[in-house]
Design a protein around this ligand. Structure first.
Ligand code: UD2
Length: 285
């Protein structure tokens, strides 16, 4: 049986749907979650009816902004929660552990595209807690022979992202504004870039890592960059509402350009299928 933590979340819910013989654990109840509980809680009790062979750890405090406001809560979830799961894995001889990390571990890129050897330098408590969780997982692999793969997604998008959250990513914000007929606000000149990857590609890489018992660190993106200007134009066009695009001052601490070198993932069979324009149309319009 495969335990998927964070099964009510954006990525976890898709993982539950596409991985047979899996069971979901999340603090928030949902139709994807069989076990409602906290990853920091007593896992002996929470998981007593299950025989777990592998864990995909996708539960996390996911907001950069919240991590700055409350770094202790962020660390408690992302670091202590991870250690609690790793200890469970050690105690019950779980074979495999897939850690969902983040491109936030890299901080401001020193070169592009960003490969897995790129130095880490998180710019937020969130980036640091994700990196720390990743390092703990890799340490357990060295110390106890747990098979550990760590996946670093770039900018994930899906129809299940929450457009009403103030912590949403740019695609969510632009789509919900376009649907309301509101102008899209670009921070700065809009020439900053991101590697937008649809959630199905992330699921695909996680499944490959699981099947191949991969170990080490893997970027997950498309290997292509899209500027925020291009993104705004696509969404404005798809909405068909004559949406205006306006510019505001740059966002503080914003990363300028970011996209992944995905060669390592390709070596284990990864083939990203993201087509930004098509996917946005299918998901939202
Ligand atoms: C994303 C993640 C962050 C972290 C990071 C890793 C979100 C919300 N943020 O930050 O958690 O993992 O990647 O590198 O998922 N923008 C606008 N107008 C808007 C909103 C955003 O111009 O209304 C710009 C923003 O200034 C930035 C770009 O869009 O240049 C992307 O912003 P984002 O917050 O979606 O994502 P990012 O990469 O900064």
């Amino acid at each position: 049986m495969i335990l998927i933590t964070g099964s009510s979340g954006q990525l976890g819910s898709y993982l539950i749907e596409s991985i047979p013989n899996s069971v979901g654990l999340d603090i928030r109840p949902s139709k994807f979650t069989e076990i409602v509980g906290d990853i920091r809680g007593n896992l002996d009790i929470l998981l007593k009816n299950y025989e777990i062979d592998a864990i995909i750890h996708a539960a996390a405090q996911v907001s950069v902004v919240k991590s700055v406001e409350d770094p202790k809560n962020d660390a408690d979830n992302n670091i202590m929660g991870t250690i609690n799961l790793l200890e469970y894995a050690r105690k019950y001889d779980v074979e495999q552990f897939i850690y969902i990390s983040s491109a936030a571990v890299y901080g401001e890129p020193k070169y592009l595209p960003i490969d897995e050897r790129h130095p880490t330098g998180p710019k937020s408590p969130y980036g640091l807690s994700k990196l720390t969780g990743e390092r703990y997982s890799l340490l357990y692999s060295e110390l106890y022979g747990l098979k550990v793969a760590s996946i670093r997604p770039f900018n994930i998008f899906s129809p299940r992202q929450d457009p009403n959250s103030p912590y949403s990513g740019v695609i969510s914000i632009f789509v919900s504004r376009a649907k309301k007929g509101l102008p899209l606000i670009i921070y700065g000149d809009g020439e900053q870039t991101r590697d937008f990857v649809n959630v199905q590609d992330v699921v695909h890489l996680v499944k490959l890592a699981l099947a191949k018992k991969a170990d080490g660190v893997y970027n997950c993106g498309t290997g292509k960059e899209t500027s925020i200007n291009e993104l705004a134009k696509i969404i404005a066009e798809l909405s068909g509402k004559g949406i205006k695009i306006v510019h505001d001052k740059p966002r503080e601490g914003d990363i300028r350009k970011s996209y992944a070198d995905i060669s390592k993932a390709i070596e284990i069979g990864y083939e990203p299928k993201t087509n930004l324009k098509e996917d946005l149309k299918n998901y939202f319009f």
